[in-house]
Design a protein around this ligand. Structure first.
Ligand code: ADP
Ligand code: ZN
Length: 603
């Protein structure tokens, strides 16, 4: 609200100034004007000592000469005195009939404050009602239009192969919407880019506009959430209006989660303003036809909190994940940014990429920039490897990045841990296929092994449950076999395994010794929440002991099985770890090759 000051804003200050000025003026006049009784006035008229008398219905004012002969002002209240005119004429006093003081001045003085309030009120209302087209830009979107043609192309975006491929279709549409229309192609209205901050979502959107050669309008979701109800909605409307006027073009909304949060989320009811803004966005999205040539791209790092309405067909119906960069991507990103600085032969970008797992594009751009700054500080003509290493430390020291510091030793442990999960999962017949294994830190987890069920399954057999337990212990087993010690990295696995084993015994009746009794009294969730099942009314002490031993037996057996598998396949484990350390992420195909003892190409 303090950013743009339109003509209305000026008018507001001008009228405020005017009113204050007039008040001061009238106050000053008052002090210099002598207040006379009517009789005194008549007396003075008779002496002929007054001049310039102005007679108005409610006052008589004029000038007189005081004892020192200086001209002063006076005023008095008029009386019903028919003789006054005659007396003044007799004394040869010049008189004027009222109206010298214009009526509107009086009006403005007495009604000024009220008027001011009304102006201010209108000013606010305009913003709220979204009269975006009026001369006021309170309710206008702050959407920034790129100046001229965007120079950003896909070449400036390193890595991101999949997002680029998916966005290709949109580029060809924006290049020639008419042709697309004739072909009857169906294009998504909105594309949602999901990914961690700094992974290049904005950059990708700009590159789409740049490649297609269309204008790029960007706004941030947080700009739509304003203090005043309705302002955000009006800004949304304005953004879409701009889009329509400039079609074909690309509208980009960063941080859409700021507006698009689930409407009923949050304690204490919704946020009215945000809700209105979101509704307006939905209305606008439904209201425009893609063939107009306007494409909306939004970015978020929290797709999970978005209102489902935003993701429905005809809205953001295409979601593209912008992943954290892999080792190869990181090398490419560094190359893109290193083009802009001078560096000597000592710099090895691959080594830098290896040292920075978990860094996203923005971090890497930062590393290159810091290295150049350091070089400049020491008066070098080009940046060297030492500068880059110091730059990494500086970026690492930045906020919230500390957790990502992984020494080579730690990385090796993580690699063994994750490979352990993977190998156990691959060896056991009743496990879900492994989709991916990675040692790139993600959130609080240091590494990840993705398992996707082959089909949607809700029923699990006992064998599957047992396999799952062994897989969960695979990480710990690998650490124990290789390093003969256990790290804290396995704690989440253990708690998951314990929950599963507990349900197996108390809910699913998978223990032969106990048999099919539901012992958990209600939902198994409660056990997960830490309720003590032994307190259930019909569980005897003996039974609760038996439950404990059975749970422990399942867990012990699973760990032993996992250890067994890891020991038998230690060679494969070592090979997988060496590949993981090189590539950081292995996909299903690569895992299969490793399991078959075949080498990976291109590593
Ligand atoms: P996001 O919108 O995902 O938060 P940005 O697109 O704003 O991230 O990225 C910030 C900066 O990081 C970019 O301006 C660019 O310099 C750099 N960057 C991020 N990803 C890449 C990439 N894939 N290739 C090259 N530079 C990148
Ligand atoms: Zn694990």
């Amino acid at each position: 609200m303090n950013k743009k000051k339109g003509p209305w804003f000026l008018l507001f200050w001008f009228s405020l100034f005017m009113v204050i000025f007039m008040f001061m003026n009238s106050a000053r006049n008052k002090s210099a004007v002598s207040d006379w009784d009517y009789s005194y006035f008549k007396q003075m008229v008779k002496t002929g000592n007054v001049s310039n008398v102005v007679v108005e219905p409610d006052s008589i004012t004029g000038e007189y000469k005081d004892e020192k002969g200086q001209v002063q002002k006076f005023k008095t209240l008029p009386m019903d005195d028919p003789n006054l005119v005659r007396d003044m004429e007799a004394a040869n006093i010049q008189t004027f009939k009222g109206a010298a003081k214009s009526w509107w001045m009086t009006l403005l003085v007495s009604w000024g404050p009220v008027l001011l309030l009304i102006i201010f009120w209108i000013w606010m209302m305009r913003g709220m009602m979204g009269g975006g087209k009026q001369a006021m830009n309170f309710g206008k979107s702050k959407a920034k239009k790129s100046d001229g043609q965007l120079k950003v192309t896909f070449q400036d975006v390193a890595g991101c192969a999949e997002p680029k491929e998916e966005l290709g279709e949109i580029i060809s549409f924006l290049k020639d919407p008419q042709k697309f229309k004739q072909l009857g192609g169906k294009i998504p209205k909105g594309v949602l880019l999901c990914g961690s901050p700094g992974t290049g979502k904005t950059l990708l959107a700009k590159a789409v506009a740049g490649e297609a050669g269309v204008p790029f309008f960007s706004a941030s979701g947080s700009e739509f959430v304003e203090m005043f109800v309705g302002v955000g909605a009006s800004r949304v409307r304005d953004l879409f209006d701009q889009g329509r006027k400039n079609a074909p073009c690309l509208l980009f909304i960063d941080e859409i989660d700021a507006v698009g949060r689930h409407r009923f989320a949050g304690i204490g009811g919704g946020h009215d303003e945000r809700e209105q803004t979101l509704n307006q966005m939905l209305v606008e999205m439904d209201g425009f036809d893609t063939h107009e040539g306007v494409i909306l791209i939004a970015a978020t790092n929290r797709p999970d909190v978005l209102d489902p309405a935003l993701l429905r067909p005809g809205r953001f119906d295409r979601q593209i994940v912008v992943p954290n960069p892999t080792l190869k991507d990181r090398v490419e990103i560094l190359q893109v940014h290193a083009k802009n600085i001078k560096m000597d032969e000592s710099v090895n970008l691959e080594t830098i990429a290896k040292r920075t797992p978990g860094f996203v594009g923005a971090d890497l751009a930062n590393v290159v920039n810091e290295a150049a700054l350091l070089a400049a500080r020491y008066g070098q003509t080009s940046a060297n490897m030492k500068n880059f290493e110091d730059a990494i430390d500086r970026v690492l020291a930045g906020p919230a990045r500390k957790s990502l510091v992984c020494s080579p030793d730690e990385l090796k442990k993580i690699a063994y841990h994750e490979s352990g999960h993977t190998i156990v999962a691959k060896i056991l017949p009743h496990s879900d296929p492994v989709h991916k294994v990675s040692i790139i830190p993600r959130g609080s987890a240091l590494g990840l092994t993705w398992q996707l069920p082959a089909e949607d399954k809700y029923l699990h057999t006992k064998q599957e449950a047992i396999a799952r337990l062994a897989i969960l212990f695979g990480g710990r087993a690998a650490e124990e076999v290789v390093f003969n010690e256990i790290s804290t990295g396995a704690s989440n696995d253990i708690s998951q395994a314990t929950k599963l084993a507990t349900s197996m015994v108390t809910t699913f009746g998978m223990s032969e010794k106990i048999g099919p009794i539901a012992l958990d009294k209600g939902s198994s969730e409660e056990i997960f929440l830490g309720r003590d099942i032994a307190k259930g009314a019909h569980v005897s002490e003996k039974m609760s002991e038996l439950i404990d031993t059975e749970i422990k037996r399942f867990l012990d057996e699973a760990l032993a099985q996992a250890m067994d598998i890891v020991r038998k396949h230690k060679d494969t484990l070592d090979i997988m770890v060496s590949y993981l350390l090189k590539k950081e992420t292995l996909d299903a195909q690569e895992i299969d090759l490793i399991m078959e003892g075949k080498p990976l190409l291109g590593v």
